[in-house]
Design a protein around this ligand. Sequence first.
Ligand SMILES: [Zn+2]
Length: 542
Amino acid sequence: MRSSLRWPPSLIAKWFFLLVLFVGVVSTSLLCTSDACASELHRTSGVLGEGTSWSIPWYSIESDEDGPTVLVTGGMHGNEPAGSAAAGQIRHWNIARGKLVVIPSLNRLGLDAEMRWFPVHRNDRSLRDLNRNFPKLENLQPRTLLCETVWEFVESERPDFVFDLHEGFDFPTSNSKSVGSSVIFSPSDEQHHLAQKMLDAVNETVDDDTRRFVPLSRNGAAQGSLVRACADVLGVRSFILETTFKEQPLSFRTFQHRVMVSTALKEIGLLDSDSTDRMTSSLEHHRLSVGLFDAAGTTAKGLKNVSQSFDSEEFELVRIGPHDLSASTLSQFDVLIFPGGSGSRQGRAIGSDGREAIRKFVKDGGGVIGICAGAYLCSAHYDWSLHIINTSVFNETIEIPGVGRKSMWYRGGPSDVEMELTSEGEEIFSQSNRLDVRYQNGPIMDVGPDDHLPEWTPLAWFRSEVVRYEPQEGTMIDSPAIIAAPFGNGRVMCISPHPEATPGLENIITEAVKWSAQRDGSHTASEPDSQLEEASTSPAQE
Ligand SMILES: [Zn+2]
């Protein structure tokens, strides 16, 4: 299965490069005992361009069963996050044979800056697009040190197949200027067969015909792109896989990338079974796996604020959507977060099967955090809510003379309110007990109707309030701002305001995750939670 390679002219340079390349490489092996992978897997990782500002991590999984070598890359363009996210998940897959090499974030600096270009050369039109500076048949020398380093690595790995994951800005069925939702490859019978398999599988995820994936093979990948270089210079079967970022959540586009790559790897023989559902690592127990719901009823700003709170190696933050709510997928997470936006839209997008799956996830020991809209979602108040904590919310529709019928959840735009932590809250969040916090129509919570649910504990109270309509006066002040309760073996925390959008309070979300995951050091999953069992739920009692 090996392709012929053109070795660089100087073997000395090559060996020197390999010596530099493999300094600091981390290697682990594991015996995979499931039927799906009876062979031993060797996991290795390292860094390309170590010591540079743009250094790039890579990961490899090698089976002791012979098979082809596959390279999966993502994040070449920094404004196309789904390819990078998917590659970062694919690196956790257990292969049955061969070798899987993954570079999830080729343009790590661009991804951080959400910029298409390579920031180091952002002002040089000829160098700023990494995917135009790999070797061309008429000029085999890669341009930019990054492309040269990546190319040397690709040559040393000798892949049989390459999949480079990208995103387009629109659907090609309605906008011919975009290559979104497509598989791009150079025409040949074998490539066409594999492309068609990926297209058939990913189009199963598409309900709307205008969003169907299409093959783009007439011109192949652009000159100077990694995929074109692999095809032309190394003779490797190479594909660009494109999703579309217009109007689709990141979790869905990432899912579509996983569908395409899993389908291809099964066809090639690296996988024996579908691995689309595999999103996190079961190896890295020192990290907490956090699923952040990003589909209907969420906002880009809210998601960004929550994500920024998790800028730490302690956490593996993964976007999830309604298609990720199977038991096997949820079992890979310690905690799920439902952020601000619209609780009813989130609840309806999740659907009754999804709600049941989330309830089971918590019963089995998982954690759920609801922030603002997410706290409405967790409540026991609505037919679309999760009923995992016994809250009702103040949300009547009231006829106001001279104003009309108004729903009481709405109190206007964002504003700052005063919040006081309880002693339990101070202990969990390590914050001083009186804080100003951003608030935007979060639930005014009270004891709900499901008395079979455990009692909840207030962790913070509102000490000021926001009022838009007269009947709201006095309903928010001294009501609970943050509450927590057990549910089965798991834990639920509802946060009405937005600490993640309040400078200095971001750690409230990360501490909430540790508490919900029962990794806060004070409890273990098997111990009864005396702190919560003894708690009072009356807002009047502090
Ligand atoms: Zn791209």
